[in-house]
Design a protein around this ligand. Sequence first.
Ligand SMILES: *[C@@H]1O[C@H](CO)[C@@H](O)[C@H](O)[C@H]1NC(C)=O
Ligand SMILES: *[C@@H]1O[C@H](CO)[C@@H](O)[C@H](O)[C@H]1NC(C)=O
Ligand SMILES: *[C@@H]1O[C@H](CO)[C@@H](O)[C@H](O)[C@H]1NC(C)=O
Ligand SMILES: *[C@@H]1O[C@H](CO)[C@@H](O)[C@H](O)[C@H]1NC(C)=O
Ligand SMILES: *[C@@H]1O[C@H](CO)[C@@H](O)[C@H](O)[C@H]1NC(C)=O
Length: 452
Amino acid sequence: MHCSLALPLLLLFISFLSISSTNQQHQKKNLQPNSMDPAELEILFKIMESMSSDKPWRITYPNPCKSGSSWMGIECKPGNDSHLHVTRLDFGSPPNPKCKIRSTFPSQIFDLPYLQAAFFTKCFTHTKTMLTISQFKLFKSKLQQLSLRSNLAIIGPIPPQISSLKSLQILTLSQNRLTGPIPKQICELTSLEHLDLSYNFLSGIIPNQLGGLTNLVVLDFSYNSLTKQIPDTIGKLSMLQKLDLSSNLLAGSLPNSIEKLISLVFLALSNNRLKGNMPKGLAKLQNLQYFIMDDNPMFIPLSEEFGQLHKLQELRLANSGYSGTIPATFSQLLNLSTLSLQNNRLTGDIPVSFGNLSHIYHLNLSRNFLGGQVPFTSTFLQRLGKNLDLSGNPGLCMSPAEAYGVKRIGVNICGNNKTTSLIKPLKHSEAPSLGCTKLFFLLNVFFLLYLH
Ligand SMILES: *[C@@H]1O[C@H](CO)[C@@H](O)[C@H](O)[C@H]1NC(C)=O
Ligand SMILES: *[C@@H]1O[C@H](CO)[C@@H](O)[C@H](O)[C@H]1NC(C)=O
Ligand SMILES: *[C@@H]1O[C@H](CO)[C@@H](O)[C@H](O)[C@H]1NC(C)=O
Ligand SMILES: *[C@@H]1O[C@H](CO)[C@@H](O)[C@H](O)[C@H]1NC(C)=O
Ligand SMILES: *[C@@H]1O[C@H](CO)[C@@H](O)[C@H](O)[C@H]1NC(C)=O
């Protein structure tokens, strides 16, 4: 199971990196005021009363920022004005305040002048509500992190006014029901390190201006309905470690500028309408550990350059019309644990050197036109067990010795069928090597006789 765990762990690690770097920048000072600005306190109570009926907030927490008496889900820090200020609000996921069934998005959070982080998880689920951000702000927003996740009642577009949240470093709007295009104004948020708009109903193109977000480490637009080409400007995101554009309607070929994403660790492009060719400089992505690109109408030969991505742990290229032979260079991927090439049009033998893949754990070559004898040792076969799938390659066979004790691979035994019936009669008459020499000799004799 180690490979199914590795992916979530990696993603968690990447998120952790960006979150911890955000938090460290704002260490509290040492003066200890303990009252709030009355205007800010009033905004806070209004937000709480509209969001949650867990408690009578004004009565239970008359001084919500005072240490020792604050509720879960709130964080305060002293400002330079002898007041305490709300810096973080967290709703929805326990132990934070539960959201009322009829709660709607509280745009008053943008009126809290010191707010740095706001989280709403599984919060707006019944009453349809839209993300609203008032355009004119009297102060510069300090909001660094805004996360709205799994709110099935959030509908409508991402407002262009989002560009006024100039300090945003982390924007997560995943698993809501947002519609419309990705506003190009989002690309004015040049401090963004983490942008996750996955699992919505966003449509239209990926804006060209995206290249302006040069601090991005994580970009996830997966599971939307984005169309047209991946913009060339994506190559400007040289800090990017995770790029996920899976399950959209993206077309054209991958831009060559992808080769500039030299920090990339995780690249996922499955389930789009992308076609050949692969970018020329693919081999420059020397930090890549995951290349996941199933289900695209590629219809080209497999690129030899994959063999130079030495850190690859997962390579998934299933269901994409790849033709030709499997490049032997793939066996240089010594850290590869998963290789999925099923459901293509691959021909020729399985490279003998595949036996070198000492970390391989899951190998699926099923439903191709591979032929010849399976080149694996019984140790290799036993190590992979059920995670090896060679079925649906009519030309492929295994020696009886190899196949001994191995189950569920779905490959014929060599010589068990027609092959046997061809060899057996020869064995009974003469040795094949002798037969050839004799035939050649007889031909020579015939020609000599004929010419005379
Ligand atoms: C502290 O207050 C001064 C004067 O009001 C202001 O100019 C400055 O930006 C404040 N500093 C911070 C960190 O908010
Ligand atoms: C292979 O993986 C191991 C352990 O994860 C790591 O230490 C090593 O550097 C990797 N090798 C390459 C070529 O990436
Ligand atoms: C991989 O296997 C091939 C053929 O079995 C062998 O010639 C080659 O030296 C091996 N390479 C490595 C790096 O082990
Ligand atoms: C290999 O791929 C086929 C086709 O997608 C799938 O049905 C099968 O379960 C896979 N085998 C393994 C061992 O993952
Ligand atoms: C021989 O091949 C035929 C068709 O290709 C298949 O139906 C049959 O099961 C095979 N027999 C053996 C013994 O593998």
